[in-house]
Design a protein around this ligand. Structure first.
Ligand SMILES: Nc1ncnc2c1ncn2[C@@H]1O[C@H](COP(=O)(O)OP(=O)(O)OP(=O)(O)O)[C@@H](O)[C@H]1O
Ligand SMILES: [Mg+2]
Length: 299
């Protein structure tokens, strides 16, 4: 039996002379969360569009639960749900009306649609706002409704394009809980994000996309280990980070690094040595100069 929900091989896509995806290889195990991490313009949405058949690749192949995204489009449609980067809700309708409409469009009877709408409103914490027009919803409520709409008919694979961009911390955490619940129910989730913490918190496996190529992949721990050693963090008395410096952790290396920065920092700065965070990983992998490891990364 195929253990992979998503398999991508040598996938390429260009717009005119602009190469957006320059040979992507990745695989996602069934029942796991995969995070594609990358800065603006890295090609994240382009990849999601190809995997969900909204756009065609120029080369390479991609399969969703064994179905080819180019030659078996309808089988792929039957296997996926997609929540796009920009909300697809009707603002004039209420949350409940949006859900009822989607249920009926998906072929549910009126009774089934009412039952499913009630279930989804409850699960996505939208009961209180069910009768309000979406125009009056907060960003977090819209995002939850958007996700609920894409799950009217449950499918094994869910694509989420930047599910929490622009949300406050509370809304973000509530969405993370929902995403983890979906995983517990057996769904495979492929999400894109610009937030390192999000990938760190949710994903079983992370790939970092930069300029159309996967520059690193692995678990959060593996990626952190790739940046190597440890990080010296210099903080002020308010516990704000003034500077971080990658280090091997050896006495001579720490001594050398501290002597170099001592002159520019307040004498009461505090020194902490810690494991690298996802932020350090992201910076090291997406900026060419800081991959030198010795370069001081200013936070
Ligand atoms: N239809 C298109 N025609 C021409 N260029 C495109 C098209 N779609 C995307 N691009 C270009 O492809 C590159 C990657 O875009 P994409 O939207 O995939 O990036 P992204 O990683 O999703 O970025 P963001 O974080 O801003 O959403 C960008 O340079 C973009 O301008
Ligand atoms: Mg995008």
């Amino acid at each position: 039996m195929n253990v992979y929900a998503i398999e991508v091989k040598s996938l390429r896509k260009s717009y005119g002379a602009h190469t957006v995806l320059d040979g992507i290889d990745l695989s996602v195990m069934k029942g796991t969360i995969f995070a594609l991490l990358g800065p603006n313009g890295a090609g994240k949405t382009t990849l999601i569009h190809i995997l969900s058949t909204l756009s065609s690749p120029d080369g390479g192949s991609a399969r969703i639960v064994g179905h080819d995204v180019v030659t078996e489009r309808s089988a792929v449609h039957g296997s996926i749900s997609l929540t796009g980067q920009f909300a697809a809700v009707d603002e004039v309708l209420t949350g409940q009306e949006n859900l009822m409409m989607m249920c009926r469009l998906s072929g549910l009877s009126a009774t089934e649609a009412r039952t499913r709408t009630a279930e989804l409103l409850k699960r996505f914490e939208l009961q209180a706002a069910a009768g309000k027009r979406v125009k009056a919803y907060s960003g977090g409520m819209r995002r939850r409704l958007d996700l609920a709409l894409s799950l009217v008919v449950p499918r094994p694979v869910l694509f989420l394009d930047e599910p929490t961009t622009g949300l406050d911390t509370v809304s973000r955490r509530s969405l993370w809980d929902i995403i983890l619940q979906l995983k517990r129910q057996g769904m495979t989730i492929f999400l894109t994000t610009q937030y390192l913490e999000e990938a760190d918190q949710l994903a079983d496996e992370i790939a970092v996309l930069n300029k159309g190529r996967i520059v690193a992949s692995g678990t959060a721990e593996e990626l952190k280990a790739r940046v190597g050693g440890e990080v010296i963090e210099l903080r002020n008395q308010l516990d704000e980070v003034l500077m971080t410096i990658p280090t091997s952790g050896s006495l001579s290396d720490v001594q050398h690094s501290l002597s170099e920065v001592a002159a520019v920092l307040p004498p009461d700065a505090r020194v902490v040595i810690r494991k690298p965070s996802m932020d350090d990983v992201f910076l090291a992998l997406t900026t060419t100069t800081s991959a030198e490891h010795k370069e001081v990364i200013h936070v």
